[in-house]
Design a protein around this ligand. Structure first.
Ligand code: 9MR
Length: 379
């Protein structure tokens, strides 16, 4: 960004921060005009993960914002094993059905998140000790859920977070009882249950070289088995202290060279310090209530708004550069208040990782993301 453009940007940011602090625009006004999805139309889909209150439409301002800005939605929690399949013979589809209805009403591309994941498993699954029982669970779980939403849910995160940071396979219950084969089986089962749905591998930090190498090996194994995999989801939980743009770019190129769609599936940028940034800090130490770890309880200072906006801008510049390879960018939440990052890795903090503030107002970061497209059009 040149100096003049930067100064203009600063003036613009100050006015936006001022306006946002003075007014809580009503939802009807917010519904007018073009949204994120319109700005990026023809480049890639823009999405949000919806927590249960949003799926149930409990807030009309949020409803309008979701409709205006996003052409794809992911269920933040309600299709995870412990919620949708809490017991061997018991499925709870009510919220997932509502999610599908909402997406249909809004004409949005629907994600199923997620079929095979070591976390948030129903207790009965964690008690399984034999390979045969676990295979049976996978078969029933995947064919029942994908089968129910056949032709309705467009794409599935079939396997989530199967890798360690060094690129080796995570020693999850699935790996321990079934070995690598569970990945191939999961994709095969999903493909059989809905041959037309797109199938993805989804993980965090897979833009990092070692983990990326592991992900590439894993994808090649699926492909070598003759099973279809359509895309890879780089989750994108990053920090305001700097995005790994070179690694992200290399990952887009490497994954796309495997013939896959590349997506950012859970994008957010934390502005808060992490326990592991403090030298010698023990992640398990109790930081709750510590002012040092929760520096902005009353609002994000302008300088941080600017920094956040610039990080988002650089990322979207890069994504637009590779729009032929990137198919979707989904934010992990609708507004700052609903972000999981207020509760992780320390509970009860005030974080600001998304494009919309606690009043559902667009932040300076939103305007920078929109302006990436405006500037593209200028000669
Ligand atoms: O945002 C989700 C949070 O509300 C849940 O408590 C948590 C555990 O289920 O999962 C969060 O979402 C995760 C996603 O499903 C997979 N990638 C990491 C996300 C953040 O933890």
């Amino acid at each position: 960004m040149g100096f003049a453009r930067f100064c203009l940007f600063l003036m613009f940011v100050s006015s936006m921060v001022f306006m946002a602090s003075c007014s809580k625009t009503d939802g009807k006004k917010e519904s007018l005009g073009r949204g994120l999805k319109d700005a990026y139309k023809g480049d890639f889909l823009i999405g949000a993960a919806l927590g249960r209150p949003y799926i149930l439409g409990q807030d009309s301002v949020a409803d309008m914002l979701i409709k205006k800005h996003f052409n794809t939605i992911s269920p933040e929690n309600d299709m995870k094993c412990e919620l949708i399949h809490p017991e061997w013979n018991k499925y709870y589809f009510d919220i997932a059905d509502k999610f599908v209805e909402l997406g249909k009403e809004n004409n949005q591309f629907l994600l199923g998140h997620t079929l095979v994941w070591h976390s948030q498993l129903a207790p009965f699954v964690t008690k399984i000790t034999s390979a045969d029982s676990l295979r049976l669970f996978m078969k029933e779980h995947i064919s029942t859920i994908v089968g129910r939403y056949k032709g309705k849910i467009n794409a599935w995160d079939v396997v989530n977070e199967a890798l360690n940071e060094d690129g080796t396979m995570r020693k999850s219950i699935f790996y321990n009882l079934l070995g690598d084969q569970y990945i191939i089986d999961a994709f095969r089962l999903a493909q059989t249950a809905d041959p037309k749905a797109e199938l993805y591998y989804n993980d965090y930090n897979i833009e990092q070289p070692a983990k990326r190498k592991g992900a590439i090996e894993l994808i090649k194994k699926i492909q070598a088995a003759g099973i279809r995999i359509d895309g890879v989801g780089i989750q994108g939980h990053w920090s305001i202290r700097g995005l790994p743009l070179e690694d992200i770019e290399q990952s887009i190129l490497d994954y796309s060279a495997l013939g896959l769609k590349v997506m950012l599936t859970e994008l957010d940028i934390t502005v808060l310090p992490n326990p592991w940034d403090l030298r010698g800090a023990d992640v398990n130490q109790n930081f709750e209530g510590s002012a040092m770890m929760n520096p902005y309880p009353q609002g994000l200072p302008d300088s941080m708004q600017v920094k956040l906006a610039m990080e988002y801008e650089s990322l979207f510049d890069l994504l637009v550069k590779h729009k032929d390879k990137v198919s979707r960018v989904t934010f992990w939440g609708v507004n700052d208040e609903s972000s999981w990052l207020n509760g992780w890795p320390i509970r009860g903090r005030t974080n600001y990782p998304l494009l919309f503030d606690r009043n559902y107002q667009p932040k300076p970061a939103y305007y920078r993301v929109m302006s990436v497209k405006d500037e593209e059009k200028r000669p």
